[in-house]
Every structure is written in structure tokens, then in C-alpha cells.
Design a protein around this ligand. Sequence first.
Ligand SMILES: NC(=O)c1ccc[n+]([C@@H]2O[C@H](COP(=O)([O-])OP(=O)(O)OC[C@H]3O[C@@H](n4cnc5c(N)ncnc54)[C@H](O)[C@@H]3O)[C@@H](O)[C@H]2O)c1
Ligand SMILES: Nc1nc(=O)c(N)c(NC[C@H](O)[C@H](O)[C@H](O)COP(=O)(O)O)[nH]1
Length: 221
Amino acid sequence: MERPFVFINAAMSADGKISSFHREQVRISGPEDMDRVSLLRAGSDAVMVGVGTVLADDPGLRIKSADHKKMRSDRGQSNQPLRVVVDSRARTPPGSEVLGEGSILAVSEAAPEERLAFLREKCEIVVSGEEKVDLGELLSILKKKGVERLMVEGGATLNWSLIEAGLVDEISVYIGPMIIGGEGAPTLVDGPGFSADYPKLSLISADLLDGGVLLRWRVLR
Ligand SMILES: NC(=O)c1ccc[n+]([C@@H]2O[C@H](COP(=O)([O-])OP(=O)(O)OC[C@H]3O[C@@H](n4cnc5c(N)ncnc54)[C@H](O)[C@@H]3O)[C@@H](O)[C@H]2O)c1
Ligand SMILES: Nc1nc(=O)c(N)c(NC[C@H](O)[C@H](O)[C@H](O)COP(=O)(O)O)[nH]1
């Protein structure tokens, strides 16, 4: 099945955590990295998160920088990339920042109709998979909608599922100068974990940024 180019972008502490043990957002990136995140959004056709991230962080996922919006309009693209939430059972609160024009809620057949009735007014609903969203099918639906480049902004569980399914081409991770700790704190990739055939990476670049380091990895097949 055809799919977009998929890259994960995340920020983690020096000890590999992407938020605290009570899943509260931790600002790991500095201003330079956040500007880079905005630029990555500007260069993408869609930005995707899991519902865990919506519930924890309530991100808007929009480009705020006028320069970055202009870059898109100069290229003949819409002002903002599409915003996609992977949410099998439609748990996204109707007041979430991510919803509104240009947002897609990716649910499974198990999503309760009474939740969808509410949410349908605030976003487009795309159904795939029986219990859990079928990520391969979702990516092929997005490709048919014209999404060539998809940015994934976490969290830990969605990152795992995409990597496990072999659906990720690149990973950019900013490693910030801090320790978060906690065995229950989400890491860059959670889920059950691999016990063999560990996916291998090839380093594209390593740069100093905001007192930390930005690594870009290509996922090898
Ligand atoms: N530092 C960063 O860069 C960064 C970025 C994003 C999120 N976060 C943090 O990550 C945490 C959220 O991560 P998380 O793991 O709890 O949630 P998540 O955002 O990865 O969402 C996972 C949820 O998505 C849904 N889902 C539906 N279909 C799925 C599928 N096929 N595969 C996987 N998930 C599917 C499930 O309900 C699942 O629980 C928060 O604490 C947030 O602050 C940090
Ligand atoms: N790049 C990055 N650095 C961080 O230090 C951090 N905590 C996140 N966390 C991911 C977060 O859930 C969102 O993806 C956006 O960082 C916020 O997005 P908005 O400004 O609301 O659009 N992401």
C-alpha cells in the first residue's frame, strides 16, 4: 500500500524520557528547537499525534510563525498542515485545541457512535481497524488525500506502533540538558518492546542546539 514519507519528531531528556511519570508535559526543547519544530510542521502536509498526547498536553499543532506560514503560501500550500489524532475509541475531548477546520480524527470501528456524533461537527472522522486504528490503512487514506509528508509528534505508544509496523522513515530527536527519571515516565518509544530483530538506524546528522543535541536518524529496513 502506498503511504506518505513518515518522520517522528520528539524531545527527550538526557535519560530518554519524553514527559514526567505523571504524564505531565515537560518543556524539554528551548526556543531554537521549538522554531525548528515549527519549520518541520511548515514543511509537512499533516501532523499526527496519539490521543494520549491530546489528553496530556492538549497541543494545537498549528504553525504560529508568520514567516513559516508565508513559506507555505509561497509554495501554494494551505496555511496550515492537516492535524490528525489517532484515537481508536474517540476519547478526544470536544474542546481540544487540535480540533476544528483541518483536523481529522482517526478512529476504529469500536468507537461509540454517541461520541462520534459530538465530534463530527468539529473534525473529519476516518474509520479503520476493528478495535485499534489500523495505521497502515490510515496512512494509505492520508496519501489518497494528498499527504506526501507526515510529521508524527508522539507520543510514546503511537511511536512504538508505527515503528513496529515498519511505517517510519526518519526519527528526529532533540536531547535536552535535563534528567526526568521515573520508571513509569514515557520514553521515546514505549509499547511492549522488541525482543529480537531490533530495528536498526543510520545517523544522518548530529547538531548542538539549545544546550542539547539534535539527532536525525534514518530507519533501515
Ligand atoms: N517530548 C515530546 O516530544 C513529546 C511529544 C508527544 C507526547 N509527549 C508525551 O507523551 C505522553 C503521551 O504518550 P502516550 O504513549 O501516553 O500516548 P500517545 O500519544 O502515543 O497515544 C496513544 C494512544 O493512541 C491510541 N491509539 C489508537 N490506535 C493506536 C495504534 N494503532 N497504535 C498506538 N496507539 C493507538 C490509543 O488510545 C493509545 O493509548 C504524554 O505524557 C506527552 O506529554 C512528549
Ligand atoms: N518538540 C517538543 N519539545 C518539548 O519539549 C515537548 N514537551 C514537546 N511535546 C509535544 C507537545 O505535545 C506538542 O506536540 C507541542 O510541543 C506543542 O504544540 P503546540 O505548541 O500546542 O502546537 N515537543
